[in-house]
Design a protein. Structure first.
Length: 174
């Protein structure tokens, strides 16, 4: 949590205030970032907020290159809107690991994007990942190891405030 800024810490604290003291997580892992790029952040945030998107995928070798630990069940993720403001809080329920071309169709369904097909998932993710393969030490997308996180939406700020970028006077628990 030491990487969270003041707004993100405030959002996390607002979530904790919705929980009874005995239900508050001990030593939580809390990250804050965009889903995808800043340009696609609002679209992906909307998919999470509507419940259409319950999973997201990244590349294991990206974590390895950055020296970061892989996501784990029980981690928390403050998903940021395109303005860098907290939009919702997700908790990782489980992870699955596959080689890029072994990702099963249920991942595409859980990610909730496009026509929900595996073909669409592969096209979009290949386009997003390929520019970074060399920095991750990969020669081909076929060598990439996909880590898929399955999430539960725990907390969100009012959608109209998230879209306008105004400061929320309070937060709404889901």
């Amino acid at each position: 949590m030491n990487r969270l800024n003041e707004a993100q810490l405030s959002f996390w604290q607002a979530y904790l205030e919705t929980l009874p003291p005995e239900s508050q997580p001990a030593d939580p892992v809390v990250e804050a970032s965009f889903a995808g790029s800043r340009e696609s952040a609002d679209e992906l945030l909307d998919l999470y907020l509507t419940g259409r998107k319950t999973a997201g995928s990244s590349i294991k070798e990206d974590f390895d290159a950055a020296g970061d630990p892989l996501p784990q069940a029980g981690n928390f993720w403050i998903l940021l809107n395109s303005q860098g403001e907290p939009g919702c809080l997700l908790r990782t329920e489980k992870t699955a690991v596959h080689k890029f071309y072994d990702v099963p169709p249920e991942v595409a369904l859980a990610e909730g994007e496009g026509d929900l097909s595996l073909d669409h998932w592969r096209r979009v993710h290949q386009a997003a990942y390929e520019p970074h393969l060399a920095e991750w030490g990969l020669a081909s997308i076929a060598d990439a190891t996909v880590v898929t996180e399955y999430f539960t939406l725990l907390f969100k700020q009012p959608v109209e405030l998230a879209r306008t970028g105004q400061e929320a006077p309070g937060h709404v628990a889901c």
